[in-house]
Design a protein around this ligand. Structure first.
Ligand code: CP
Length: 322
């Protein structure tokens, strides 16, 4: 594996989930694989889970890890080509990425969208340039449009906790006060659509009108604006807010109640409730669910380590064998 940016970088979902669960059972089984290898984690935005779980995953494989908070500690990056850098940017991504690639064997990058310019965000220009110029394998720690380590984690968690062969999984939009990226729901939809195509889940998306995701990510999914209907018989409910894709970055007022609580849970098949975290209590997800027996959010966050570790393991194996 040379990059981990989307579900397209994985050839077999069942295979990668099974390998991740084997690592979970014996985390240090490959502790010499990463000996004398350097993992660099570059953050242009805040993070708790991605930062710590990916560091831990690298360390479990025997890697050394460096973390760069580029937004706070790095030079202001220029990504455009052909511009005279006489403004506020100090270093071009061509040099910055190339230099980081000299220091590291594998790099991770987190870069959120602006939510102002749909075309620029969805072109993934910064990410593509980083991959091009660093010349080492790159793991997405969340890009403008996707969060693949989170989605792989979610698939691992669903596989672990499912009670039927093909569970019904519902991605449910939730309220928020801020405009949030579409990266997590895009990515979850992309991974679940592929899982559905491989016969692993039945997948439904419920969102208010105006909050439809880009069709690029939702192929094959049942899509509805009726949350109660979507929740009927659900085995897993994945709660997440996102801003509008169509009216890019907009937050529309929604009259109906989209907050997942114990009353709504009664409509489901005693569903497990998931959220990528961080979550705003009683705005995006009710405390009674978060503190109750159906919440999987902590187990899900814990599984972030095994998603990162299986991806790093595959990259290290390819470096070893090349
Ligand atoms: N879910 C997730 O990616 O969490 P962080 O933003 O804290 O890394």
């Amino acid at each position: 594996m040379k990059k981990f940016f989307s579900v397209a970088d994985v050839d077999n979902l069942k295979g990668i989930v099974s390998e991740a669960l084997t690592l979970k059972a014996d985390p240090h089984a490959h502790e010499s694989l990463g000996k004398h290898k350097m993992l660099g984690l570059v953050f242009l935005n805040p993070s708790l889970r991605t930062r710590l779980s990916t560091q831990k995953a690298g360390m479990n494989l025997g890697m050394n890890v460096m973390v760069m908070n580029m937004d706070k500690d790095g030079w202001a990056l220029e990504t455009r080509d052909g511009v005279i850098m006489n403004g506020t940017t100090v270093e071009h991504i061509r040099e910055a990425a190339a230099v980081m690639g000299e220091y590291c064997d594998i790099l991770g990058l987190r870069s959120f969208p602006t939510l102002k310019d749909k075309e620029a965000d969805y072109s993934e220009d910064l990410f593509n340039k980083f991959i091009k110029y660093c010349a080492v394998p790159v793991v997405s720690l969340e890009s403008a449009t996707r969060h693949p380590l989170q989605s792989l984690t979610d698939l691992i968690t669903i596989s672990e906790y499912k009670k039927t062969e093909k569970p019904k999984v519902v991605l449910a939009w939730a309220p928020h006060v801020k405009a949030l990226p579409q990266a997590v729901p895009n990515s979850f939809a992309e991974w679940m659509s592929r899982a559905q195509a491989e016969g692993l889940v039945d997948f439904t998306i419920a969102q208010p009108a105006g909050y439809e995701l880009s069709e690029e990510f939702t192929e094959g999914a049942q899509i509805t604006t009726n949350l109660d209907e979507a929740l009927q018989g659900a085995d897993f409910v994945y709660v997440k807010n996102w801003s509008s894709y169509k009216e890019y970055g907009a937050v529309y007022p929604v009259q109906e109640n989209w907050l997942m609580d114990n009353e709504k849970l009664k409509l489901t098949n005693d569903a497990k409730v998931m959220h990528c975290l961080p979550v705003r209590r009683d705005l995006e997800l009710s405390s009674e669910i978060l503190d109750g027996p159906n919440s999987l959010v902590i187990k899900e966050a814990s599984n972030r380590v095994w998603a990162a570790q299986v991806v790093l393991k595959r990259m290290l194996e390819e470096l070893r064998d090349s």
